[in-house]
Design a binder for this molecule. Structure first.
Ligand SMILES: Cc1cc2nc3c(=O)[nH]c(=O)nc-3n(C[C@H](O)[C@H](O)[C@H](O)COP(=O)(O)OP(=O)(O)OC[C@H]3O[C@@H](n4cnc5c(N)ncnc54)[C@H](O)[C@@H]3O)c2cc1C
Length: 242
């Protein structure tokens, strides 16, 4: 298997946008073509840099492919657009056929097969993106691990890949998902408000040497929940940030 040598370097290379899919009202999945002899050579959770020159200034931001490692033909980035965001807006302004400069992959808070038997994911909004390829990898490869996703969003319309999570709950007995909404619709049956210590206790695996927790979201949420996870007994090494 030939590596994705063209972006396995620090030098950015151009990738052509082959398709764009709408994920939510502010999030799109961008599909980029890969050269015929290349694969997406990374561990699930690793990231690429998108490079651009905006207003004459070079900028770069990290993005975690939502495709499975080893993918050939094309790979996906799922990106939320921030109204005041430099690179996310630049990506959302691109069209099929445009080229985007990327480098990497670089090691992020990734999954390594066998690292745990019980895996928690605590995601806030776009913080789900580094976890997408990890969850897809473990489920599709039928890796022996139980997965517990707690996914916090403002509204139902903000839930990225909601249908995929619903289907995964039905299809895989080892996948569990609990949504928490700040502004829930009437009669919402799951969590309301912010992620609390009780939600973490009830919907994550108990701390032990065979458990790990991926945590990603807005910095204030990550800071607060990292402390809470440690208070619940999860060790520093078992908490994985992107
Ligand atoms: C390892 C890693 C992987 C990532 N993978 C992805 C991914 O797959 N998909 C994805 O959409 N993003 C991902 N991100 C976030 C991404 O790198 C950028 O930070 C994001 O797209 C915003 O960049 P920007 O240039 O548009 O905004 P900037 O110009 O950097 O920020 C401008 C403003 O946008 C808002 N903003 C920016 N980032 C955030 C945020 N995270 N939460 C709330 N408000 C914010 C703030 O108001 C900020 O002042 C990842 C980050 C890391 C560290």
């Amino acid at each position: 298997m030939e590596a994705l040598t063209r972006i396995k370097t620090k030098t950015p290379s151009p990738y052509q946008l082959a398709a764009i899919e709408i994920a939510t009202h502010d999030t799109k999945t961008f599909r980029f073509g890969l050269p015929a002899d290349a694969t997406l050579d990374m561990l699930p959770g690793d990231y690429l840099y998108v490079h651009a020159t905006i207003n004459g200034k070079p900028v770069k931001r990290p993005y975690t492919p939502s495709s499975l490692p080893g993918t050939t033909g094309s790979f996906d980035l799922t990106v939320k657009r921030y109204e005041t965001g430099v690179v996310s807006k630049y990506l959302h302004d691109q069209h099929v056929g445009s080229t985007v400069l990327m480098s990497g992959p670089n090691p992020g808070g990734h999954w390594v097969d066998g690292m745990a038997k019980r895996v928690g994911f605590v995601a806030g909004g776009t913080g789900i993106t580094p976890m997408i390829s990890i969850i897809r990898w473990i489920l599709t490869k039928r890796i022996d691990a139980d997965l517990f996703l707690i996914f916090a969003n403002k509204t139902e319309a903000d839930i990225i890949f909601r249908e995929e999570w619903n289907q995964a709950v039905r299809k895989y007995r080892n996948f569990h998902c609990y949504h928490v909404l700040e502004q829930p619709p009437a009669g919402w049956p799951e969590g309301i408000g912010r992620i609390t210590v009780d939600i973490l206790r009830q919907h994550l695996p108990a701390p032990d040497s065979d458990a790990c927790i991926f945590l990603c979201g807005p910095p204030p949420m990550v800071d607060a929940l990292e402390t809470t996870l440690k208070e619940l007994g999860h060790s520093e090494q078992s908490i994985i940030l992107p």
